[in-house]
Ligand binder design. Structure first.
Ligand code: GDP
Ligand code: IMO
Ligand code: MG
Length: 435
């Protein structure tokens, strides 16, 4: 059925004189609330999910694997999550995942691809080869994510449904895949028989958790009202299609990944919250236009305790880059932002914010796709006055110093998306809610 503009006379499109009736639409059902990283990861998605999970029924991971590292602090206890969604701390919540490494209240999609130990080993070997052949690697987390997504695209991957069906057939496909990798990487050692024994043991341990993922989501969306959260892993600039390719992860970490990962229609996507760190960090290799390889970057790194949860690597640091955030918003359509780690900026007399890029002295209105171009953009900054005071005790927007309030308003004005939360500390309590 076509939508009608107000100028068009009723019935004109089908040539009849009868007024067109709106065909009844099937009910949409529940809508999921999505939390996505808007930079290069580690924005504090886990903490936002933990907050929202207080009254949620279900938390889902729709992409990525244990390359993610989400730290949540509750009652001074620090929890690190890699594969499981952060919301699982809440005993009421059911967690649902779609890519599996190790085997509460956890539901695993039967269409989830399995990351085998050899995928992880191959990740390491590939990084070594990149280093040897091209003089630089990608700086992956070496968790096997690239190899498992490559196997998925090459249609040689194995899924949970395969593991749980006929184990003889599964074993044959596993052996073929292992041989394929051994052919490509002769140094690779795979204890095929030993791995198969381990995998067979997993069957008994996980089978009660496995569901047909599409049916499970459909029931959750169309049953009684439910609060369903989707916890994004990785982030927009690490997205395989829209990130700073090739220095990206191998999944879609932008909003499309919610539908393709969980097997649900776009009309069931409700709020899309973008998590934005008040400055920028990046782990691993790749262009980073607002990076501060100086004492400013060091201060952000030490104050923000910017060390990767998954790899223990120091995160590179720089000023907030709103060109990135606007780009992430174009793709994700954020309905609101969570601005985290504002407290880390408490000691700066002046704070710079990247607002546009110049290439060959010309301002460009888009985010460059090519890495060599991105390496050479000239970031145009606005300098805002700092607030030089401790914000960590603030619990309302009004309690923040005026210049901190202005910083928040500057971001909102520039991106065109309201800030709903402001993080001023690690704990669950140190999150100011604005509306
Ligand atoms: P994620 O991968 O997006 O979930 O983020 P990570 O957990 O990897 O990194 C964010 C880090 O910042 C964690 O150690 C959090 O405990 C911490 N954090 C989150 N929000 C805030 C905040 O508002 N202030 C401070 N000081 N730390 C925060
Ligand atoms: P969370 O969910 C930060 C980066 C890696 C590397 C690149 C590719 O904690 O925000 P991969 O192992 O995925 O093939 O590595 O992507 N990376 C992340 N950086 N936070 C993450 O997740 C990341 N997940 C992947 O450092 O540069
Ligand atoms: Mg992280």
């Amino acid at each position: 059925m076509s939508e009608r503009g107000s100028q068009e006379p009723a019935g004109a499109a089908n040539g009849s004189d009868s007024p067109t009736k709106q065909a009844p639409r099937p009910p949409v059902g529940n809508r999921v609330t999505v939390v996505l990283g808007a930079q290069w990861g580690d924005e504090g998605k886990g903490k936002v999910v933990d907050l929202l999970a207080q009254d949620a029924d279900m938390v889902c991971r729709c992409q990525g694997g244990n390359n993610a590292g989400h730290t949540v602090v509750v009652d001074s206890v620090e929890y690190d999550f890699h594969l499981l969604p952060s919301g699982i701390i809440n005993p009421k919540v059911t967690a649902f995942i779609v890519v599996v490494k190790r085997l509460g209240k956890l539901i695993i999609s039967d269409r989830a691809h399995i990351v085998f130990d050899f995928h992880q080993a191959v990740d390491g070997v590939q990084e070594q080869q990149r280093q040897e052949q091209a003089g630089k690697n990608l700086g992956t987390t070496k968790k096997g994510i690239g190899p498992v997504y490559s196997a998925k695209a090459a249609r040689s991957g194995l899924r949970i449904c395969d593991l749980l069906a006929d184990f003889t057939q599964f074993s044959e496909r596993y052996k073929a895949l292992a041989q394929q990798y051994k052919g490509m990487y002769p140094t690779l050692e795979i204890d095929i028989e030993g791995e198969l024994i381990k995998l067979k043991n997993y069957v008994e341990r996980i089978k009660h958790m496995v569901r047909d993922g599409v049916h499970y989501m459909y029931e959750a969306l169309h049953g009684p009202p439910k609060k369903i959260l989707v916890e994004g892993a990785n982030a927009a600039l690490l997205d395989i299609d829209f990130g700073t390719y090739p220095f990206v992860t191998s999944s879609n970490c932008t909003v499309g990944g919610v539908c393709t990962g969980l097997g649900m229609p776009p009309q069931n996507v409700g709020e899309v919250y973008g998590v934005v760190k008040a400055y920028t960090t990046r782990v691993g290799i790749g262009a980073f236009p607002s990076e501060q390889s100086n004492e400013i970057g060091e201060l952000l790194q030490t104050r923000g305790k910017e060390v990767g949860v998954t790899t223990g690597r120091k995160r590179r640091c720089g000023w907030l880059d709103l060109v990135l955030i606007k780009y992430a918003h174009m793709i994700n359509g954020f309905t609101a932002l969570a601005l985290t780690k504002l407290d880390i900026l408490d000691v700066f007399a002046e704070i710079k914010v990247g607002v546009s890029y110049k290439v060959d002295n010309q301002t460009i209105p888009y985010f460059p796709a090519n890495q060599e171009v991105l390496q050479h953009v000239e970031v145009q900054y606005e300098t805002l006055p700092g607030w030089n005071s401790d914000t960590s005790a603030a619990r309302s927007f009004e309690e923040l110093p005026e210049n901190a309030q202005k910083y928040v308003h500057f971001i909102e004005g520039h991106v065109g998306v309201p800030v709903k939360w402001i993080g001023v500390g690690k704990s669950r309590e140190s999150m100011i809610q604005l509306f």
